[in-house]
Design a protein around this ligand. Structure first.
Ligand code: HEM
Length: 522
């Protein structure tokens, strides 16, 4: 009996200790650690709007809060920072270009100051950077552990295997395929115009075209499977990024169980489709060693097989994640650069004529699009840069400090674990960096300088910076030039009265209502 009572007492003691331990861990995780981090950031001179527990500043970050900023009129059409990030615009007015805000219990150091960014990033290698853990869970079904999200030595390995696939020599072999696919889209446009429908939502068509191109150039995937992956990825994007998901709020993921399950399910279906493509390609390579397909997957397989002699090769799982990353990162951003460009050219007929003349001149001898022809399209390059400045498809870059970061030679430290939110849209629209014509569409600012005359080299960052700069930027430039050449040779563009200008963030910077243009055949 005594023994029995003793065991119950011991059991109660154990349960009590475990409960106490869990409670202490919870309080430390949810309250003490964030408070310590806040104090440390303040000691280092970083402060900002007061966070509340457990939401941080999330409730002050609603998109609808545009009351303090009038919607841009014709003269300030491109002054979009206040529209897409009204909360950051408001906080910048109070705290300047560097401040701390909180997503739940996660601190974010907001940066819209290129000199400070230069000091923060000096000497940090690509592999040393972290990506915010708090976003990793959300974005996993979309990018998995692909190059965009992977860290440390794994990042070095992936980047090493992938980079050669994006060499100019390889990209030039894809021009024909890009041309063929785009011509099909233009045929559809011609038929629509002939049938009397001159108004077209070009964003929708250009995005589908870019998805088909990336599906074919990345993994030689057929149209039917490409469409399936495309539709599932779009559905997943809408599911994950349309709603406010209380990012950073402890345990909030339990509020979105259905959404997370649906996203996971879509992710699994995409993985299965891509995995089948990769396995069949691996089999083909084994049965015919001489056979090498020159799309990105073929080159990655070759690269990963050769390097497997010295290092480990990329597994099918890793290749699936890379394909998803290319597919999503590669079609949406390029399509947006093209869509915003078509809008700008419709709004600025002088630039539309200038580019059309440049295209006609460059292609007059044979009419063919070759790498040599594309390299002669200088003014088109300026227009691309100006569009990426005003409507950067990637509106921000995020980092997480994996170690304490000492700023310059001073005593200021960004503590390990701090997330960073680099506001690219703010820097691209800052009159202090670009001058009084900052909100005007003036591609000629890039005529003499690749930084467009920006007063600081790190003030223009459409493709990111440092070792983690966009691996696909040359693919974008090639595709952009091919598609734009073909459109300009066939159609005159003007803006439809139905078009409503509403740039919006849904991971990328998108036109919320599509882009309706009136097309006239030339
Ligand atoms: C207009 C077109 C594009 C824009 C604006 C863009 C923008 C960016 C930016 C800002 C980054 C840096 C992200 C960071 O540091 O966290 C990045 C990285 C990346 N981009 Fe792009 N991108 C474009 C096109 C593409 C294309 C066509 C592909 C692939 C087919 C691609 C694949 C990637 C990958 C894999 C990374 C991660 C690189 C790394 O971390 O090593 N991007 N991109």
């Amino acid at each position: 009996m005594v023994f029995f009572l003793l065991s119950i007492q011991t059991l109660n003691y154990v349960i009590g200790s475990i409960t106490l331990f869990l409670l202490c861990t919870l309080i430390s995780m949810l309250w003490i650690s964030p408070q310590k981090m806040k104090d440390e950031l303040e000691r280092n001179g970083f402060s900002g709007p007061s966070p509340g527990f457990p939401y941080g500043n999330l409730f002050q970050m609603t998109k609808n809060d545009t009351t303090s900023f009038p919607y841009p009129t014709a003269g300030t059409l491109h002054d979009i920072h206040d529209v897409v990030f009204p909360y950051f615009a408001r906080w910048r007015k109070s705290y300047g270009n560097i401040f701390v805000y909180w997503l739940g219990t996660e601190p974010f150091l907001y940066i819209a100051d290129p000199e400070f960014l230069k000091q923060v990033t000096a000497g940090i290698l690509g592999k040393q950077w972290g990506k915010p853990n708090v976003f990793k869970h959300d974005r996993k079904p979309m990018f998995g552990n692909g190059l965009l999200m992977v860290e440390g030595n794994d990042w070095t390995h992936h980047r090493h295997v992938i980079s050669p696939a994006f060499s100019m020599t390889n990209l030039n072999t894809m021009i024909g395929l890009m041309e063929e696919n785009t011509n099909k889209m233009l045929e559809r446009w011609t038929n629509l115009v002939i049938s009397g429908q001159r108004e077209i939502d070009i964003e929708k068509h250009v995005t589908e075209n870019a998805a088909e191109i990336i599906a074919k150039t990345s993994f030689g995937i057929n149209e039917e499977n490409g469409k399936k992956v495309f539709e599932k990825l779009r559905a997943m994007q809408a599911m994950l990024f349309k709603t406010n998901r209380l990012v950073g709020v402890p345990f909030s993921k339990f509020l979105y169980l259905k959404q997370s399950y649906d996203a996971w399910k879509l992710g699994k279906e995409i993985d299965e489709l891509l995995s089948a493509v990769i396995k069949s390609r691996r089999r083909r390579r084994c049965s015919d060693a001489a056979q090498q397909e020159n799309d990105l997957l073929g080159l990655m397989l070759a690269g990963s097989d050769e390097k497997a002699m010295q290092e480990r090769r990329l597994t099918t799982r890793e290749l699936v994640d890379e394909c998803k990353t290319f597919f999503f990162g590669g079609h949406e951003t390029t399509a947006l650069a093209l869509s915003w460009t078509l809008l700008m050219l419709a709004l600025h007929p002088d630039w539309q004529s200038t580019l059309r003349e440049e295209v006609m001149l460059a292609t007059q001898s044979s009419g063919e699009l070759t790498s040599d022809v594309l390299s002669r399209l200088t003014k088109m390059g300026w227009v691309l840069n100006e569009v990426l400045r005003l409507y950067s498809p990637a509106p921000n870059v995020q980092r997480q400090a994996r170690e304490d970061i000492r700023i310059g030679k001073g005593d200021k430290v960004i503590p390990k674990g701090t997330n960073m939110w680099i506001d690219v849209v703010a820097m691209h629209h800052d009159a202090a960096l670009w001058g009084p014509d900052v909100f005007q569409f003036r591609p000629e600012r890039f005529a003499d300088s690749i930084h467009g005359g920006c007063k600081h080299r790190m003030g223009f960052l459409p493709f990111g910076f440092g070792g983690r700069i966009c691996v696909g930027r040359n693919l974008t430039v090639t595709e952009y030039k091919v598609v734009l050449c073909l459109i300009l040779r066939k159609f005159q563009l003007s803006v439809s009265p139905a078009y409503q200008h509403e740039p919006n963030i849904m991971l990328s910077l998108r036109p919320a209502n599509g882009i309706q243009l009136i097309l006239t055949s030339l």
